[in-house]
Design a protein around this ligand. Structure first.
Ligand code: PLP
Length: 430
């Protein structure tokens, strides 16, 4: 491999002495791909610059938040203006009102919102709200959906027909796991059966309506619609985890994309424009249960701090402009089409899924809708592709289970060039 990563390697060695695995979030350690992780020094528009002087076209965008790419001038300007007034006051501030207004006036699926500081915190709070509101304890989640590192959601399906799962992390009490039911995606029958048996104990069903943390496991509209109906019939709340899809597949997220009304929606990533923000939202009635209006407690020292609100506000102002999402989607469709066109006809095991400005390259010959359809061996090919693309100056997420994101800063020219390089890599590896 020719890529010079000397400084990254040195810094990683130093980091490993201080931080578990050298990182502050596991996937950053590059365990599923070759080489030490890149230490990024700066970024601009669609480019990342590492400490060794290499330059990459970025398709990870900080895992999704940077829908405008890096250092959008309007975002930076508002953040700098806000920084100059002080970092945090621990009091209400006018800029959070601005962000609240922008979001609520342009999203008919929610009436009230609470800002927190991460997607995990948003989901954790939404689960508590669902339990507090319903007086029930159990949560249904789906295999292949990620909801942050919330205790009761770090659960995968158990073996055989066992309804209750096993934890995916040490340190989670068995008693928490017992409150979580794990079901496969794209399977209405199992969902119906589960609701029939446990509806009086189930507080909520939580799903990523656009499952994008385990590949891109796009679900059928009818499945999502049917799930909504089943929730209503059985008096079970429906939580849509839109931490990725929110403000990504449209300003109204997946709720708007599919025109389905969830009971509670969680947001993260784009809502903070690159700063730590999460949120949960619902109608006024459900949200009235949140403290201090109601008895579901939830608080945060740095919640809705002005700097994070400024980054979110400036970002979403741009996203709310006419045709923003239409243009993003069209650009992404062209990009994916170009890769497909340029991949050799001899390559049969490639499937590229896309929705909005998300894409996922899978070494598979069929469309994948459930996590158990992903062949772990196909990840070896992704590893090769990842290394090839780094050499050629393209940065994809360091795992084949991660999706790619197009940003507003990716020009048609950059995308055309990238499609060529990616197709070249696929042809070489297959
Ligand atoms: C990223 C993500 C989370 C967790 O958000 P953090 O900000 O990393 O805590 C939760 N749910 C979904 C769907 C996500 O993509």
């Amino acid at each position: 491999m020719n890529l010079n990563r000397h400084k990254s390697k040195e810094l990683f060695e130093e980091a490993k002495k201080m931080f578990p695995g050298g990182v502050h979030s596991p996937v950053r350690a590059f365990k599923s791909v070759y080489g030490p992780p890149l230490f990024i020094d700066s970024a601009n528009a669609s480019y990342l610059f590492d400490v060794d002087g290499n330059k990459y076209i970025d398709f990870c965008n900080s895992w999704g938040p940077l829908i405008l790419g890096h250092k959008n001038p309007e975002v930076i300007e508002l953040v700098q203006k806000t920084v100059a007034k002080g970092l945090s006051f621990g009091t209400p501030n006018p800029i959070s009102n601005e962000l609240g207004k922008l979001i609520l006036q342009n999203n008919k699926y929610i009436e009230k919102i609470r800002f927190v500081s991460s997607g995990t915190e948003a989901v954790m709070s939404a689960i508590r709200l669902a339990r507090g509101y319903s007086g029930k304890n159990k949560i249904v989640k789906f295999e292949g959906c990620y909801h942050g590192h919330v205790d009761s959601l770090m659960v995968k399906a158990g073996s055989g027909l066992a309804t209750f799962g096993t934890s995916t992390s040490a340190g989670i009490p068995e008693s928490f796991i017992k409150e979580t039911i794990v079901l496969p995606l794209a399977d209405l029958k199992q969902l119906e059966n589960t609701l029939q048996t446990y509806k009086n104990e189930i507080a909520a069903i939580i799903i990523e309506p656009v499952p994008a943390n385990n590949g891109l496991l796009l679900q059928d509209h009818n499945y999502l619609k049917k799930m909504r109906e089943l929730c209503t019939q059985n008096n079970v709340l429906l939580i849509w985890d839109e931490v990725i899809s929110g403000f990504r597949v449209g300003f109204e997220g997946a709720a708007g994309f599919y025109d389905i009304q969830p009971d509670i929606i969680t947001y993260g990533k784009i809502i903070g424009g690159g700063m730590p923000v999460g949120a949960y939202a619902a109608n006024s009635h459900i949200m009235s249960h949140v403290a201090p209006e109601g008895n579901v407690y939830q608080a945060g020292t740095l919640s809705a701090n002005p700097i994070s609100m400024a980054a979110g506000l400036a970002t979403l102002q741009i996203c709310s402009r006419k045709n923003f999402y239409r243009d993003m989607e069209n650009k992404t469709k062209r990009f994916v089409r170009r890769i497909r066109e340029l991949v050799s006809k001899n390559v049969t095991d490639i499937s590229i899924q896309t929705i909005g400005s998300i894409f996922w390259i899978a070494f598979s010959d069929t469309r994948i809708m459930r996590s158990d359809q992903i062949d772990p061996k196909s990840m070896e090919k992704y590893k090769e592709l990842h290394a090839f693309l780094l050499e050629k100056g393209i940065y994809l997420g360091p795992s084949g289970y991660e999706v790619g994101f197009i940003s507003d800063a990716h020009t048609d020219e950059i995308l055309e060039q990238s499609a060529h390089t990616i197709a070249l890599g696929i042809n070489k590896i297959s």
